[in-house]
Write a protein that binds this ligand. Structure first.
Ligand SMILES: [Zn+2]
Length: 221
């Protein structure tokens, strides 16, 4: 049997990693899991959780690890994750790496880990975020400049209503980008130093199809 395949998708907010994650899901046959999306679904169901979570998000801060572990590790034990999965937005710091390594080792035994790192400058992010909308039902993201929906304000996949996210505000974008650099760079450095982990740096300013082709070529190499 093939090893469990773990793909970690890195990139700042609006680097297109959500879109690439969905394309990879179809192509690789393993689910794309966004911790952000998982947490949003959890918040809809659990009001206490939502209240605590929102106090972090509205400041532009990262959510403490215990909130993420609870939701993510439950998800990874579902049937569709048993051959592997693509993680979007996780892990974001060294303690999350350690928690994930422990979970993966205990639950899956051996696994193969690849890191896909989408590179994009801050000025491009600001422009992209100003055009960004997300489906309120399925979480699919759109951008009126880069990948608009076929019908304005309506999701192509599920016909859900597209809306702006509460945390897509300029000062929050800047805060998130700074936190991303402060916390994610050490995560990449950590993986860079592991012999059994492959890191693929991808130019995130290419077209969606070009980025996808590059990622697939690296993963299949
Ligand atoms: Zn939708």
């Amino acid at each position: 049997m093939d090893k469990v395949r773990v793909v970690l998708l890195f990139g700042p907010q609006s680097s297109g990693k959500g879109t690439q994650g969905m394309m990879l899901e179809k192509s690789l046959g393993i689910p794309h899991i966004s911790t952000g999306r998982l947490l949003r679904v959890k918040m809809e169901k659990d009001l206490d959780f939502r209240e605590k979570f929102n106090s972090f998000v509205l400041r532009g801060d990262l959510v403490p690890d215990q909130y993420i572990y609870e939701v993510l590790f439950d998800r990874l034990q579902e049937a569709d994750c048993q051959k592997g999965f693509i993680l979007d937005g996780y892990p974001r710091n060294l303690s999350q790496i350690k928690a994930m390594e422990k979970f993966l080792g205990d639950y899956f035994g051996s696994y193969e880990l690849s890191v896909v790192n989408l590179l994009i400058p801050f000025e491009s992010i600001v422009q992209r975020v100003s055009g960004r909308f997300v489906c309120s039902d399925c979480g699919q993201t759109y951008n009126i400049y880069l990948y608009p929906p076929k019908v304005e304000g309506v999701c192509d996949s599920c016909a859900g209503v597209l809306e702006k996210r509460a945390d897509d505000q300029p000062e929050i974008i800047k805060n998130r980008y700074e936190i991303f650099n402060q916390q994610t760079v050490p995560v990449l450095d950590y993986y860079q130093n592991l012999d059994n982990v492959k890191i693929f740096n991808i130019d995130g300013e290419q077209t969606i199809d070009e980025i996808f082709k590059n990622i697939m070529a690296k993963l299949n190499d």
